[in-house]
Every structure is written in structure tokens, then in C-alpha cells.
Design a protein around this ligand. Structure first.
Ligand code: ZN
Length: 163
């Protein structure tokens, strides 16, 4: 008997993410499932909260607001920078993401939206910011986290980090 999903457990799920326009943004069914550490903010907060207490074999539909998903769309986070702001050996493409340093030294993700001549349009908005997220989830497995996984705040091994 596996325990229900609780903080500090490693959870494996299959999920399908559908946007309000009906398009499927992500789908793990038929492929590799997602493995994450409950309570470590590995997945969007609204989904993590709804999965708490679910059991292996459960399926559920979870609707997550933008605020509890990838955030509201913030126009102030859109910027245009010169191409020279990027290393010359990077082949810039729309949709690429980079880590930059925030004011307090934390790493902040930035996405490339478009490249026009020598200007690059970038944004701190996640590509799914401002979207309501409609998840269909099946809980595949639950196990205890190792001490190391708890310290790192993420999962090791299949479906997790390798280092
Ligand atoms: Zn690690």
C-alpha cells in the first residue's frame, strides 16, 4: 500500500495540459511520466496543492488559474535588447530561454520572443503566463524521497536530475 501524496514524497504522474482555446500545451500520456518532489515547488503551485492527498491510481482534472500557474502576463517584463547583449556563439531563436541574475542574485528565467535585425525582443513572462491551465492527471507512483533529494529540492534518477 502506497501512502497518499504528502509533502516530501516523490510523485510520478502522467498529465495532459490543455489551454482554454482547446490546444494541448503538453502531454505525457504515452511518453515518459513526470516525476517531482511534492512541496518543493517543482510544479506550478495550483497543481501541487490539488494533488496533495491523492493516491496512486487516482485520476483527476485540475483547473489552475494563471496566478497559481505560470503567473499573470506582465507587460513590464517585456524588453528589447541589442543582439550584442548575448554571447556571439549563441544561435538565438524564438522560444529559447536563458537564466539571468535578478537584483538579489537569484536566477531569473528570460524567454526570447523575436529577433528583428540587431534587436532581440525578450520577456520575463513564461510562455504560458496569463493562461488558465486545465490539467488531466493520473497518479502513477509515490515513493519516499532520499535524504539527498530532500536537500537538493528535486528528484534524482529516472525522470529527475542527473548529476
Ligand atoms: Zn540533485
Amino acid at each position: 500500500m502506497k501512502p497518499p501524496i504528502a509533502e516530501g514524497l516523490v510523485v510520478t504522474i502522467h498529465y495532459r495540459l490543455t489551454l482554454d482555446d482547446g490546444s494541448i500545451a503538453d502531454d505525457s500520456f504515452g511518453g515518459d511520466p513526470l516525476t517531482y518532489l511534492q512541496g518543493a515547488q517543482n510544479i506550478v503551485p495550483g497543481l501541487e496543492r490539488e494533488l496533495l492527498g491523492k493516491n496512486v491510481g487516482d485520476t483527476c482534472e485540475v483547473v489552475v488559474t494563471a496566478a497559481e500557474g505560470y503567473g499573470e502576463y506582465d507587460p513590464a517584463a517585456d524588453q528589447t535588447v541589442p543582439k550584442t547583449a548575448f554571447p556571439a556563439n549563441v544561435a538565438l531563436q524564438p522560444g529559447m530561454s536563458f537564466q539571468t541574475r535578478g537584483r538579489n542574485g537569484q536566477s531569473v528565467p528570460v524567454w526570447v520572443r523575436a529577433i528583428t535585425g540587431d534587436k532581440v525582443s525578450i520577456t520575463g513572462n513564461h510562455p504560458l503566463a496569463g493562461q488558465r491551465l486545465n490539467f488531466k492527471v493520473e497518479v502513477v507512483d509515490v515513493r519516499r524521497a532520499t535524504k539527498e533529494e530532500k536537500q537538493h529540492g528535486h528528484v534524482h534518477g529516472p525522470g529527475g536530475h542527473h548529476h
